[in-house]
Write a protein that binds this ligand. Structure first.
Ligand code: ATP
Ligand code: MG
Length: 417
């Protein structure tokens, strides 16, 4: 018989870690819904063309896309991110602006799997379409900062940059290309290949041999139009007014080609490996038009759940909530009593589990122990005859005989409800 394990870069998320994932999404939902964002659930696959909009030269498109022909001959891709899907939905449904949405769920990229880098990974994020106000940029960034704080994270660094408007970006790309081309010998082989595709991405190189050339490269700040520079200054003063700390990083270019103006990234200082970026976002004025809609400004962020939880591990915060049941029923009279009690106590709001197959008292108690329940409810022939149960507090081992009619109240007391 063949046996199967998960595909490379995918994982089963088991309890209690899965409860932690849910709690993560719940905390996020609480924060953004209180800020007026509506939940969007885009499909997990779409026409490949939706994602090609992110730019022909990005890594996602060139090598990370999970795309295939379906049985109807359509070119389909599993979504590598959700911003493009949100913009496609905007064009398809034409909601009134400002359109504020949040999402949570998995994305797919054909990456080289390693710690913190998976082929299926989860993100939570927001997008706002239709508003150009720099106040909004600051508010969106502050939402992410608030979320990290609610998780209990302290070691988060916010880097901020402006990529200018599309004309600025092109002029800057030309200046960068000229700079790197005139020092081609000093550039790593990888960066030379990157330069061909997209000179901005060379700034992303982590190779030590590229560092001096990158340090000497022209600066985006010197290529901003007045409008973009004014917008960027307003974002910064709104962030200061909101008490959000940030550092300007004029080497921050981010992965996707559709970003304009404000761009930002969150780095976890507690993580040491190469994947310290736990979230990022920015403006993508132009993407909606690229997808066939009207010129519409947009801004958003996506936060990586997987890596953020690694950062939580590193800081020892946001532990998995306990998913143990409250009570475990040990019934050595055949199991019908256990069935009745389960129904009654679950209806009364308790978490209740039981043993099966009429096992011995000893083996049922072992299962009760393993369940993590704080209380065992033991039913033997004597208890059935007297219409009672024995309530055993697992930690102390103390036992009390309780009449069936008083069980609910007694459980509340024992569990501190
Ligand atoms: P990186 O430079 O690390 O590849 P990216 O620029 O491709 O990141 P984005 O597309 O901006 O990442 O996605 C936002 C966040 O999603 C990242 O900051 C990261 O936390 C998370 N993320 C991206 N790709 C992966 C992956 N393959 N596995 C786990 N998390 C990921
Ligand atoms: Mg990437």
């Amino acid at each position: 018989m063949p046996t199967y394990n998960t595909s490379p870069g995918t994982r089963d998320i088991l309890a209690p870690e899965s409860a932690r994932w849910r709690a993560f999404q719940q905390v996020f939902a609480d924060i953004v819904e209180r800020a007026g964002f509506g939940h969007i659930i885009p499909p997990m696959f779409e026409d490949l063309g939706v994602f090609l909009r992110v730019g022909e030269t990005t890594e996602i498109v060139t090598k990370e896309m999970y795309d295939f022909d379906d049985k109807g001959g359509r070119r389909i891709a599993l979504r590598p991110e959700q911003t493009a899907s949100v913009c496609r939905a905007f064009v398809e449904h034409r909601p009134v602006t400002p359109w504020k949405v949040w999402y949570a769920g998995p994305n797919f990229r054909y990456e080289k799997p390693q710690q913190g880098r998976y082929r299926q990974f989860d993100q939570v994020g927001v997008e706002v379409l239709g508003i150009d106000d720099p106040q909004l940029d600051a508010e969106v960034i502050a939402l992410a900062v608030d979320f990290y704080r609610r998780l209990g994270l302290h070691g988060i660094r916010l880097s901020l940059n402006s990529l200018g408007d599309s004309g600025d970006r092109d002029r800057y790309a030309t200046a960068l290309r000229a700079h790197f081309t005139s020092h081609l010998d000093a550039l790593s082989t990888e960066s030379r290949a990157t330069l061909e595709r997209n000179p901005l991405r060379v700034l992303d190189s982590k190779r030590p041999e590229d560092a001096p050339l990158i340090a000497a490269a022209p600066r985006m700040a010197d290529h901003l139009t007045d409008a973009a520079a004014t917008h960027f200054a307003a974002v910064q003063s709104a962030l200061r007014a909101a008490g959000v700390d940030f550092v300007i990083d004029d080497r921050l270019v981010r992965g996707l080609d559709y970003y304009r103006r404000t761009t930002f990234e969150f780095v976890a200082t507690s993580l040491t490996a190469a994947h310290t970026a736990i979230g990022g976002g920015g403006r993508y004025d132009g993407l909606v038009a690229d997808l066939g809609g009207p010129e519409t400004p947009g801004i958003g962020f996506a936060l990586g759940l997987d890596r953020t939880l690694l950062a939580c591990d590193a800081e020892g915060v946001f532990a998995a909530p306990t998913s143990a049941v409250d009570a475990f029923i040990v019934d050595v009279t055949g199991g019908e009593q256990a069935a009745q009690l389960c129904t009654q106590l679950r209806a009364a709001g308790f978490g209740v589990d039981r043993a099966y197959d009429s096992r011995s008292m000893k083996s049922q108690m072992k299962v009760a122990d393993r369940s993590g329940a704080r209380v065992a409810i033991i039913i033997g022939e004597d208890e059935v005859a007297a219409n009672t149960v024995t309530v055993r507090t697992m930690e102390s081992g103390s036992q009390q005989l309780v009449s069936r009619g008083e069980l609910v109240e007694r459980l509340k007391t024992v569990l501190g409800r």
